[in-house]
Design a binder for this molecule. Structure first.
Ligand SMILES: *[C@@H]1O[C@H](CO)[C@@H](O)[C@H](O)[C@H]1NC(C)=O
Ligand SMILES: *[C@@H]1O[C@H](CO)[C@@H](O)[C@H](O)[C@H]1NC(C)=O
Length: 288
């Protein structure tokens, strides 16, 4: 391909040279354009991140002088087009460049963290004397996705079994996210009604990482299907999600009693007994 293209380029240049007088063919035909700046919006804590700045230089013999990368005021990478020693990387808080994997168009950041976040700038400069320059910026915010999502219920034993008329109370907790996680509940794959959701205050640690809890509360036998309610909670931060599920069972005998018009009064006693026995189990379990 090169052998064919080069004489063609030369020919085009010669035609251009003949058509245009030397004083018209000045710096004006030289341009630097950044065609695309690719900076991920929300990479995760611990990722290696590739930032790409696609550029184009036009004009006769217009060559690259430098590509500079900045995070705010920190210049962390320079690619020199003219030098033999092309790549130069500098370390800042939250910024470590993988020099071997970086090129003229892209720079690879190793193991990003919350400290890496900021406004990233790519600056491309053509050779002198015109030093045409193009600049693009993009914000990157490193997130800490939910590493752990837990479902807790007071029910013992596991798996929990409930009787019709009993209230099911469970919590979903997403620990140590940044920013706070958005939590949703589903039962048997369907969203729950808002009145069944219990909101609790977030807890934020000294590093600004948030632990969020969302409760779910409803009375059996609602939401059960074939005596089963599979509860699923999903915690989302940015475009990262993590889910947890738990199967909850309905005592079929209690369901029959609950539905019977004369049997409904009788369910109070078993419910009380269940609560007492659950409390008992809880106490036993809590002992060292
Ligand atoms: C990534 O950086 C964190 C600190 O931000 C450090 O604790 C961890 O060990 C690093 N991981 C790797 C694979 O270098
Ligand atoms: C749910 O979490 C809240 C707040 O942390 C707590 O007060 C409540 O006891 C928890 N409920 C269950 C069922 O674990």
């Amino acid at each position: 391909g090169v052998d064919v293209k080069m004489p063609l380029k030369l020919l085009l240049y010669l035609i251009t040279t003949i058509l245009l007088s030397p004083d018209v063919r000045s710096y004006d035909d030289k341009t630097v354009v950044i065609k695309e700046l690719v900076v991920p919006d929300n990479p995760s804590d611990g990722d290696d991140v590739t930032l790409t700045c696609r550029f184009e230089l036009t004009g006769y013999n217009h060559r690259l002088y430098t590509v500079n990368w900045w995070r705010g005021k920190d210049q962390f990478y320079t690619y020199k087009g003219t030098n033999y020693d092309h790549k130069h990387a500098y370390t800042f808080r939250g910024i470590q460049v993988k020099k071997e994997e970086s090129t003229d168009e892209s720079v690879v950041l190793k193991n990003v963290s919350e400290d890496t976040s900021g406004v990233f700038k790519c600056e491309v400069m053509g050779e002198g004397p015109s030093f045409r320059t193009a600049v693009e910026t993009k914000t990157m915010t490193v997130i800490v996705p939910p590493k752990q999502v837990e479902i807790h219920s007071w029910a013992n034993p596991d798996p929990p079994t409930y009787r019709a008329g009993e209230t099911i109370q469970i919590n979903c907790t997403a620990r140590g996210t940044k920013p706070r996680a958005h939590i949703t509940w589903k039962i048997n794959g369907r969203p729950v009604r808002d009145l069944n959701v219990v909101r609790y205050a977030d807890f934020e640690d000294h590093r600004g990482r948030v632990t969020s809890t969302l409760g779910l509360r409803w009375m059996a036998p609602e939401y059960f299907h074939n005596n089963l309610a599979r509860v699923t909670c999903t915690a989302t931060v940015g475009d990262h999600s993590n889910a947890a599920s738990k199967d909850i069972y309905l005592d079929p005998a209690s369901s029959a009693a609950f539905n019977h018009p004369y049997g409904s009064a009788g369910h109070h006693l078993p419910t009380t007994w269940t609560i007492v026995s659950l409390t008992f189990f809880h106490v036993v379990r809590s002992l060292p």
